[in-house]
Design a protein around this ligand. Structure first.
Ligand code: GLV
Ligand code: MN
Ligand code: MN
Length: 408
């Protein structure tokens, strides 16, 4: 499939202006004003493309192009417009806008597909504002209850459902599993495998499992001057020791395991007060569920030891996560065939980042396509994918999508 590369680039650039940051990234937290603006822009493009738009009760947006057999089960394709704080321009947006470009191309050429195609923008793929990640697709797939998602609060105490209502994207359509003939998602790799090997297309065979925890340590607030060192219960010291030990868990358990403490709050956070309360996050990922279980135990153990050493109380709260998921060999095969057809170099790999395709795979045959990330960087303002890689990966998405949509 030959797409209009400059139209896709223009749409990507226009979308990247919403929530644009000084450093060249985007700051589009879930259900913020800029998330609303991104949705509104997408909705206007969907309308111009002659697609029908529906929004479900989680705010997931579905733009539908009818098939020649309207009663046939649709294929779904898409990603997300929300971002992490000061994140990258391609993360998520590429997957939705490449899907839109494919539909625009099919429209221009008056090409019908047997099955309807639905482009999806999932709500809250990223998760830092409303953990856990992938809430919209998770509820859609039946992995989370809708009301569990509605009650999640951000650090300012705002409820997910109230913010959804505020930005006008609490739809009426029930968010629940429904029949899909297949699901495809194009995303930037976000890691270094493709870029460092100079390979043009990644064919994603599966997604690692991930677990998120929140750990709170409580000590005793006191004066930084008169309190002798041996009398202190410093919550920040306990957290620092725990964080350092969590960093060492992958070295002990297996090289493919990754652990991250990315968020921390200290109270009272004052230069001359011994910290009383510290809360920090833990994110860890692996493709083997047994290793994830062992990592979980190790995090609890090293944090408990650190807390004990400093005389602190400790609480470990699970924030959710997702189990590892291998993708469908048929859909992987369709992507591979398109790569061979086009003559693009490709390799199979597992995703270490989370994606909504994880939950789509609970419902229907699913796989993903990766475009190279320059220097393997993402969740950062200098995340970058070259336009020629955007074009190539969109073509592969188009070929695989049309092949799925024409399956009897
Ligand atoms: C989402 O990008 C995640 O992997 O956390
Ligand atoms: Mn993403
Ligand atoms: Mn992301």
């Amino acid at each position: 499939m030959k797409i209009d590369a400059s139209r896709l680039q223009t749409s990507m650039e226009e979308m990247a202006r919403i929530g644009a940051t000084a450093g060249g990234g985007v700051h589009r937290l879930t259900l913020s004003d800029s998330d609303k603006d991104a949705r509104d822009l997408f909705a206007s493009w969907v309308k111009s493309a002659g697609l029908s738009l529906s929004v479900d009760e989680m705010g997931n947006m579905f733009a539908r192009r009818e098939g020649s057999d309207d009663l046939a089960t649709p294929v779904m394709v898409g990603s997300h417009f929300d971002s992490v704080p000061n994140g990258g321009r391609f993360d998520g947006s590429l997957g939705v806008l490449a899907a839109l470009e494919i539909v625009r191309t099919l429209n221009d050429r008056e090409i019908a597909t047997h099955r309807p195609i639905e482009i999806v923008n999932w709500t809250n793929e990223e998760g830092p504002r409303f953990p856990p990640s992938m809430l919209g697709s998770g509820v859609f797939a039946g992995a989370f209850e809708r009301d569990f998602a509605y009650e999640v609060r951000d650090t300012d105490g705002m409820r997910f459902v109230d913010e959804l209502e505020r930005i006008g994207y609490r739809g009426k359509l029930p968010c629940q599993p429904r029949p899909l003939a297949g699901y495809l998602e194009l995303h930037v790799e976000q890691g270094p495998a493709l870029f460092t090997s100079g390979i043009q297309i990644g064919i994603v065979e599966g997604i690692r499992g991930l677990t998120w925890l929140r750990i709170t340590m409580k000590g005793a607030r006191d004066h930084a001057g008169p309190t002798p060192m041996h009398m202190r219960k410093d919550a920040l010291v306990g957290a620092a020791r725990a964080i350092s030990a969590i960093r060492d868990i992958p070295g002990n358990l297996g090289s493919d395991l990754v652990t991250t403490v990315g968020e921390i709050s200290v109270s009272p956070n004052a230069i001359n007060v011994i910290p009383e309360l510290v809360t920090f996050s833990v994110d860890f990922r692996h493709r083997d569920e047994n290793i994830l279980t062992r990592a979980h135990q190790a995090v609890v153990e090293v944090s408990g030891n650190a807390a004990k050493q400093e005389g602190l109380e400790i609480e470990v709260t699970p924030l959710g996560g997702s189990t590892p998921m291998a993708f469908d060999s048929g859909v992987i095969g369709a992507i591979e065939e398109t790569c061979l057809d086009k003559g693009y170099s490709h390799r199979r790999l597992w995703s270490a980042a989370g994606h909504d395709a994880r939950y789509a795979a609970d419902l229907c045959p699913t796989a993903m396509i990766f475009a190279p990330s320059v220097n393997g960087k993402s969740h950062a303002e200098d995340e970058l994918t070259l336009w020629e890689d955007v074009t190539r990966s969109c073509e592969i998405l188009g070929g695989a999508l049309v092949s799925l949509a024409n399956q009897p």
